[in-house]
Ligand binder design. Structure first.
Ligand SMILES: Nc1nc2c(c(=O)[nH]1)N=C([C@H](O)[C@H](O)COP(=O)(O)OP(=O)(O)OP(=O)(O)O)CN2
Length: 161
């Protein structure tokens, strides 16, 4: 039987501050507001024969990189069925229920997600972490994004048997 181990990486430094709004329906959304999001990861890996599985420092650096890329941006859901985003000079023009909002492109990231929620953020970051970890001998990764203490969404991946 293969011996597996679970590493938990839940560091205070793994955070990003970002502005967003959740879209609830075709006609309802939150006002733009911000959170200090935090990112935590659970990794399941085979145990090596010297009492070591995967170097958590490697994953700490990758998580830091993921957080850094989104820090201090407005995060917009580019795949929402309810809003339309187009370029307008230095701005993104976002149309929702007949109203337009302008966001400076330099302050804004268009993400390939359907909503700016912790569910979608965690899935998007998990996909990026998997890409950075291609070739690593891992069995599972779960990545969680918390929008504040006690509220988070998690996405998970399991290796094909
Ligand atoms: N399933 C989800 N539901 C909600 C999400 C989400 O990402 N996934 N997000 C929100 C809001 O955007 C917001 O992030 C949560 O706001 P809220 O809980 O009202 O306020 P706080 O973060 O300040 O939490 P407190 O409990 O009030 O301190 C809503 N739903």
């Amino acid at each position: 039987m293969e011996r597996l181990t679970t590493l938990y990486i839940d560091k205070e430094a793994h955070k990003f501050s970002a502005a967003h709004y959740t879209i609830f329906s075709a006609t309802e959304r939150e006002r733009l507001h911000g959170h200090n999001y935090s990112v935590s990861v659970r990794i399941v890996a085979p145990m090596g024969n010297n009492g070591f599985s995967a170097d958590y420092n490697v994953y700490k650096r990758r998580i830091e990189q993921l957080c850094e890329q989104w820090d201090e941006y407005v995060l917009l859901a580019n795949l929402s069925p309810y809003q339309r985003i187009c370029e307008d000079g230095p701005y993104y023009r976002v149309s929702f229920t007949g109203e337009d909002m302008l966001f400076l492109k330099s302050d804004t990231l268009l993400l390939p997600i359907a909503n700016a929620t912790v569910e979608e953020f965690s899935h998007c970051l998990l996909m990026q972490l998997l890409e950075l970890s291609a070739g690593d001998d891992l069995r599972e990764i779960e990545l969680c994004v918390a929008s504040g203490p006690g509220q988070k969404g998690c996405a998970s991946w399991t290796a094909e048997p």
